[in-house]
Design a protein around this ligand. Structure first.
Ligand code: AGP
Length: 585
């Protein structure tokens, strides 16, 4: 949510900031802006909408900051775009996060005579710094951070300082280390084409990057200096390009030919050790948001069916309500592609306060979730850039299956099944298959509603299917447990209302009965699964993989969502109102 970039070096900052910000656009895209420092003067350009080149090249200087916004406080207006400045333009700041006590702070600042130009909470940071500018800009930033409530990442340039000062109290910030030049960004892809060497800023820390000097990290509260290591990231810049594909989403869907195999590349001893922890724990919770949450819900079925183990899924934003059930014997498994989702991090924080052991499943090494966890399984999917999660979903599922099979003392069998499934996916994802789904998308793209039903393992995937269709095509889509339809939602079925039915190819009688109920009311039944049942008006074949059917069934729905979005002229990779990492609560 909101992308931040900063640069300190020997080259013109504006083109670097511009290119980097484009790479961060998946974090927010309603407006954007840049500020550079040249001859002790701050130069600013901002605009509404997606990043365009308008005016950026006119900014002089070798130090600068940039921001792409996902609005929280204040409309999508040029005045609300970042960077923001104080009354006297001592500083320009970019911010990612939410300042929970902003109303009190703003009132106080107004009383002190500060004049506000925007409706954002972020602008108060510039004025807070201005209040203490007499103490020096570094100290002024530190004092401002001390009074901010909520979660924030802030990057500041000042006409009185030849460099950048950045601070983090919750939202991510990473320093990229180049040759006598430094970057600071909310995500690694921002600078990955220039360096893969990084230094992480932890919560409660700030960094002072002065030109021609090594960065100095400090604790915001104590002001003590902190030593940091340089870490090398093993992603390469090509992985974050679209290559031959038109959109990241289709590239990432197709990458599932390999990503499931890559997800299986785990240390078997770690899988067994964590499976053992799951076994011993008194109360196991799975937590995640959105798509990752649906993966967790599938986890309930996976552990129950394969390992006869009761685990509970709680959506992360509600997890704090369960704190009374947490003890030192509880285990929490947190699932998050980005490892930066605020609700997930909050759930983990609550759990840790109760002494709970935390295992995470994430795609981003060094992410906040990774660093907060007792053990992390990296899904090895490579950067996922499209807002709609695809390859991370199936990779996360693969790890849950591995854990469940290990718990059932059957890990080799589980691995074999997963590898067989991966090879079937490889066969399935061919141009003819995509063409078939495209035809179905063409038929459905003007519908106002699409319903999806599934039972057992496929119930969470019905919910996930709805998320995919909603976010990419903006069609109203809703997923239900097959058995629930007759308890209310069936009232919505009219002649030709599409209903997608997820099946396994075995034990499907109940879900087929539910499909019949839809058909009897005139609904258009689209079957997904290995067998073509008579009730299906249209059919998307998936391989027969038994309990692993969630992995194969969700892929054609991802393709369907993609083509629905294309037919409807939607912004596939950057859907309206959304952002890739949701770093606010
Ligand atoms: C997925 O298509 C969505 N964009 C969204 O629900 C996402 O899964 C959710 O915000 C969680 O993100 P995370 O996996 O990075 O924590």
């Amino acid at each position: 949510m909101c992308g931040i970039i900063g640069y300190v070096g020997h080259r013109e900052a504006a083109p670097i900031l511009f290119a980097s910000l484009q790479k961060l656009e998946y974090r927010g895209y309603d407006s954007y802006g840049f500020a550079t420092l040249h001859q002790r003067k701050i130069w600013i350009r901002k605009n509404k909408g997606k990043i365009s080149e308008a005016g950026f090249e006119k900014l002089p200087g070798t130090i600068g900051i940039g921001h792409t916004r996902w609005a929280t406080h204040g409309n999508v207006e040029k005045t609300n775009a970042h960077p923001h400045v104080d009354c006297e333009k001592h500083v320009a700041i970019v911010h990612n996060g939410i300042i929970e006590n902003f109303e009190i702070l703003k009132k106080r600042l107004k009383k002190d005579g500060h004049k506000f130009r925007s409706q954002t909470d972020s602008e108060i940071i510039a004025h807070l710094i201005e209040n203490n500018i007499g103490a020096g800009v570094e100290e002024a930033v530190r004092r401002a951070m001390l009074v901010l409530g909520g979660r924030s990442a802030v990057v500041v340039i000042s006409r009185d300082f030849d460099g950048i000062i950045a601070a983090r109290t919750g939202s991510p910030l990473i320093v990229g280390v180049g040759e006598n030049e430094y970057y600071i960004a909310s995500d690694i892809p921002a600078f990955l084409n220039r360096t893969n060497k990084v230094m992480y800023l932890d919560d409660g820390q700030m960094v002072i990057i002065e030109k021609n000097k090594a960065p100095v990290f400090k604790d915001i509260k104590s002001n003590d200096i902190i030593k940091k290591r340089i870490i090398t990231i093993d992603w390469d810049a090509e992985q974050i390009e679209k290559g031959k594909y038109k959109h990241y989403m289709i590239k990432e869907i197709m990458e599932q030919k390999e990503t499931i195999i890559r997800a299986l590349n785990q240390d078997s001893r770690a899988i067994k050790k964590v499976a053992n922890e799951i076994d011993k724990a008194f109360g196991v919770f799975l937590t995640g948001c959105g798509t990752a949450g649906k993966v967790c819900l599938t986890g309930e079925y996976i552990f129950s069916n394969i390992a006869n183990k009761h685990v509970n899924y709680v959506t992360s934003s509600e997890f704090p309500n369960y704190k009374n059930f947490l003890t030192k014997k509880t285990l929490l498994i947190a699932v998050s592609q980005s490892g930066e989702t605020a609700d997930v991090l909050e759930a983990v924080k609550v759990a840790k306060e109760k002494g709970v052991k935390v295992i995470s499943i994430t795609n981003v090494k060094g992410s906040t979730l990774d660093r907060m966890s007792d053990y992390t399984f990296l899904i090895n999917a490579g950067p996922e850039k499209a807002v709609a999660s695809t390859k991370a979903t199936t990779a996360q599922l693969a790890i849950l299956y591995l854990l469940a099979y290990s718990l059932a003392k059957n890990i080799d069998h589980g691995k074999r099944l997963l590898l067989e499934t991966a090879s079937k996916i490889n066969d399935m994802l061919n141009p003819r298959y995509e063409e078939h789904i495209k035809k179905i998308a063409k038929r459905l793209h003007r519908k106002k509603d699409i319903f999806i039903i599934g039972r057992g393992f496929n119930y969470p995937m019905a919910l996930e299917s709805a998320i995919k269709i909603q976010e990419v095509s903006y069609i109203h889509a809703q997923g239900f447990a097959g058995g629930e339809l007759k308890h209310g939602p069936i009232a919505l079925i009219e002649k030709n209302t599409p209903c997608i039915v997820l099946t396994k190819g075995e034990d499907d009688h109940d879900i087929i009965s539910n499909a019949m109920e839809v058909k009897a009311r005139g609904g258009l039944v689209i079957g997904v699964g290995p067998k073509r049942y008579g009730v299906f008006d249209l059919w998307i074949k998936t391989p027969s993989v038994g309990v692993l059917s969630p992995i194969v069934n969700i892929i054609p729905i991802q393709l369907l969502a993609y083509h629905l979005g294309l037919f409807r002229g939607c912004e596939i990779d950057t859907p309206r109102n959304l952002a890739k990492s949701v770093t606010v609560k």
